[in-house]
Design a protein around this ligand. Sequence first.
Ligand code: UD1
Length: 430
Amino acid sequence: MEQYAIKGGNPLVGEVEIGGAKNAALAILAAAAMTDETVVIENMPDVRDINVLIQAMESIGVVVNRIDRHSVKINGSQIHSLVIEDDYIKKIRASYYLLGALLGKYKKAEVTLPGGCNIGSRPIDQHIKGFRALGADVCIEHGLIHAQAEKLVGSHIYLDVVSVGATINVMMAAVMAEGKTIIENAAKEPHVVDLANFLNSMGANIKGAGTDVIRIKGVSRLHGTEYVIIPDQIEAGTFMFAAAVTHGDITVKNVIPKHLESISAKLLEIGCEIKESDDAVRVVSAKTLKHTHVKTLPYPGFPTDMQPQIAVALGLSEGTSMVTESIFENRFKYVDELTRMGANVKVEGNTAFIEGVSKYTGATITAPDLRAGAALVIAALAAEGVTVVDEIKYIERGYEDFDLKLQTLGAQIEKVETDRDLQKFKLKVG
Ligand code: UD1
């Protein structure tokens, strides 16, 4: 089993190129199958979740040709099955985007109930409510979600919770429904906007994405397009916090600084300097870090996918901080691991009370999920001694070449597979 071996203590310095947004890419890939014409997608991150979704799409007849590591050509004209039930697809949350995409195009789809990170109960009632409002019959049987409609008809849908997934799924189905759909209380995340822009470039008529009311006029067909995916806000944010905790100086390049505002604001509050340019953000961490309070919220609030990373930084900040998780109820599973590294954190309900300590120390720890795994790597980069992080397959679901990018910033991190590899690493780093 592969692990990361990390020797902490080096300030991270330099520039790092941020890849395409995983969560935008998942939605856009599924939507690309909605036309029979060829679609070219660029800036696609080469991460496990994306590759699993591509495999699932291939299994129903979508033709996927890789042009290079980050560009793919998709053709959905040969789809021969509307049933996606392979076991591997359960591993990723976004498998259910094929439900909205296929329901929109063929008025029928059957997809295995999704998995994804175990960060709390993840209901799909709002997706189902939206599909039903458009006229589909939806039921769940033997672990499969079945959705089918004679025809889809535009509707006025009020989402009871702000859900990225439901907004995306309903938007995809509604694009090919007859007449007008209005989605109220829609999610405003950058990837929702990116999907809307992508669909519009295929001939859809979507207005208002990025606000909480999205208006869609249905069209009968979509056409081919070429599209470049937006940069990954969470990958960028993760490197920005790595700079903060290691007292480094990092420039994240190929980003949209506007998408990073809630992250930059918190870094400023805890004592970092932030310098923004058109498509880059520099984080300089020269002072002792200070405590703060943070609550995760839908965009433009502080992202839940950055919660473990900020908690790791606050664990090394002077004073007492409070981190409140308001999106998912089970997102503090990494706290036990962080405590093994010397953090002083108590979790009560959905709030973590963090008493800053002066240092973390290396330990053998396990990545409990994607973002928490990345956060523990950041903790290890700041820790005294060597840390071994298990279950890095979770991290690889969403970070491309995480270890290699960190190495270019001066981190001592290596992938190891055996005890011998680990001993070699320890000898090398001294
Ligand atoms: C997406 C992201 C994930 C991120 C999350 C919140 C993808 C592939 N994943 O997940 O990385 O952490 O947004 O920004 O893009 N809810 C319901 N009913 C529903 C749907 C959601 O009650 O039908 C609740 C969820 O339990 C949660 C909240 O709504 O409490 C937000 O979830 P949602 O925005 O849907 O998250 P995902 O789309 O699953």
